[in-house]
Design a protein around this ligand. Structure first.
Ligand SMILES: Cc1cc2nc3c(=O)[nH]c(=O)nc-3n(C[C@H](O)[C@H](O)[C@H](O)COP(=O)(O)OP(=O)(O)OC[C@H]3O[C@@H](n4cnc5c(N)ncnc54)[C@H](O)[C@@H]3O)c2cc1C
Length: 498
């Protein structure tokens, strides 16, 4: 997005007339659905488009895991989850912009950005051919340069052209990306075979609540198939995993389904295999940058910090960037000043980068397929411990599914806080380990006898505590209240379990 005049942009945030232009790629291949958790819904509400999204999405009941031996397990989401096609979500956001600012934003669809000029904040675009005939006639391809602008916003996804420009022009621009072989996707939209019992029938709850069918299996390599419902009873079929590398042809995909995913093969029409073979192979890298801005250009969304879309993180991170950018620009005042604009972009970088890095860590830990099994188990354990220890004493009694709820609803500030408390936790654990080792050493070398150590150490500690904090002091009152609180929480949980 390029904005010709900053003061006018600032007035847009204040709901006054403004001229903006948006450029879009063709968006071809966006056939997948996204699942939006509580955090995403809060972000959409803050952006004022939640109702529009609700009207176009299906409320998911949970995930139906099909084992292959006929034992299907439905895990209900412990939170409200919305399922919407990526195309509908983009369309909803663009339509909302068009309705709210009908005369002030110019949209240029089917234009691909091929380069950026950071001196003028202008961008070079080529118009994309919409048909084969157009593609054949080279005259149909038009190269355009956008006029100079005060601000250039790169929201062009994980393989961002604006970011590539920053990598070659911005000094000290650090960047890293990680491709995981299991993060390969193909997505198509399917209508299930007439008469087949679709995954929606497996849901047992109220109208418009449907289940997500998830099936994992392997033919040497892992393959995961997800069917995500749309309002019109069609499904987004997302096939992922490294097995896709070995199945480029229709027949190979058909064979893959019949051998590894027979339940899904029964549900989908034969034409789906051809559509999957023709669909582009998508990769979803995890991306991190050392900063988000250069001169008057800024990166937001997946362009700035693409992350594996687990724990329903990703869409919300992009919307959180937009909200933060709007706030920083509003704070920077109405005057048209390059210095203030750059200050606002610097502040945005400082605010959003650590939060996004922490969220990306949480998303990685939540993906069971990531890394070696021991590594990912340790990462999940680490986040579990962090969430429990950092929330408050009450969270010590959290049950595993409540951890998921907490992870998908916590604010970015919370996620960041958990991450920063990790150092303290680690230091505490190391201290405990070191003192235990010293005691063991003293015991083993005979410097200390177990019989004499325990009572004397304990009574000395208690004497010190009594001296330092006499009965009735604030510490004891707070401790007693916290223990009572935890007891109540545990008893509450026990009664629901029984
Ligand atoms: C299979 C799959 C499942 C996912 N599931 C979830 C989920 O459950 N929950 C969730 O929150 N997120 C999910 N995501 C991520 C989500 O779809 C978005 O990709 C993510 O939120 C990033 O959004 P974005 O707007 O920053 O980038 P994108 O969604 O990638 O949008 C970038 C836009 O820029 C355009 N563009 C790109 N390059 C150019 C160019 N050179 N010139 C002009 N325009 C360009 C593209 O056409 C597109 O319109 C999933 C992604 C995939 C692939």
């Amino acid at each position: 997005m390029s904005c010709p005049n900053l003061s006018r942009l600032q007035s847009l945030w204040a709901e006054a007339p403004v001229a903006l232009s948006w450029h879009f790629g063709s968006g071809a291949g966006a056939a997948w659905n996204v699942v939006l958790g509580q955090r995403s819904q809060l972000a959409l509400e803050k952006a004022g488009v939640l109702q529009e999204v609700l009207d176009r999405s299906v409320e998911l009941l949970g995930e139906m895991a099909v084992s292959g031996q006929g034992r299907d397990v439905l895990t209900e989401y412990p939170f409200k989850a919305l399922c919407i096609s990526e195309a509908s979500l983009s369309d909803t956001l663009v339509s909302a912009g068009m309705q709210r600012y009908p005369r002030h934003i110019r949209y240029h669809f089917s234009h691909r950005c091929t380069g950026v000029d950071f001196n003028t904040n202008g961008a070079v675009f080529v118009s994309e051919a919409s048909s084969d005939a157009e593609r054949m006639a080279s005259s149909a391809i038009v190269v355009k340069k956008s006029p100079p602008a005060d601000l250039l916003v790169g929201a062009d996804g994980a393989n961002s052209t604006v970011r590539m420009g920053m990598m070659s022009h911005a000094p000290m621009f650090g960047f890293s990306q990680l491709f995981h072989p299991d993060q390969l996707y193909k997505a198509v939209r399917v209508a299930l075979r007439p008469g087949s019992v679709g995954p929606d029938r497996r849901a047992v709850h109220a109208q418009r609540r449907q289940a997500l069918l998830q099936l994992s299996d392997a033919v040497g390599e892992q393959v995961v198939c997800q069917l995500l419902p749309n309002l019109d009873r069609s499904y987004a079929l997302v096939l992922s995993g490294r097995a896709l590398l070995h199945c480029p042809q229709t027949d190979q995909i058909r064979e893959l389904f019949h051998s590894a995913l027979p339940e899904v093969a029964l549900l989908i029409p034969d034409a789906t295999f051809g559509a999957l073979a023709a669909a582009p192979l998508l990769t979803f890298p995890s991306v991190s940058c050392s900063r988000l801005h250069h001169n008057g250009a800024v990166l937001i969304g997946a362009a700035a910090h693409a992350m594996f879309p687990d724990m329903h993180i990703s869409t919300d991170a992009g919307i959180a960037d937009c909200i933060a950018l709007a706030e920083r620009l509003r704070e920077s005042g109405g005057a048209q000043s390059t210095g203030r604009l750059r200050g606002a972009l610097r502040a945005l970088s400082a605010e959003r980068l650590p939060a996004a890095a922490a969220a990306a860590g949480l998303a990685r830990a939540a993906t069971p397929a990531q890394g070696r099994p021991l590594e990912s188990a340790l990462a999940r354990l680490r986040w579990g411990v962090l969430m429990r220890c950092s929330s408050d004493l009450r969270s010590l009694a959290l049950l595993p599914w409540e951890l998921k709820l907490l992870g998908t609803s916590a604010s970015y500030t919370d996620v960041q806080r958990w991450r920063s408390q990790e150092a303290f936790l680690l230091a505490g654990l190391l201290l405990c380990g070191a003192s235990t080792a010293v005691y063991l050493l003293l015991l083993l070398t005979g410097q200390l006898s177990a019989a004499s150590m325990c009572p004397s150490a304990l009574s000395r500690s208690l004497d010190w505590l009594h001296g330092a904090f006499p009965a009735g002091s604030k510490l004891w009152v707070a401790l007693a209240a916290a223990v009572g609180d935890a007891r109540k929480a545990v008893l509450g949980k026990l009664s629901t379990l029984v």
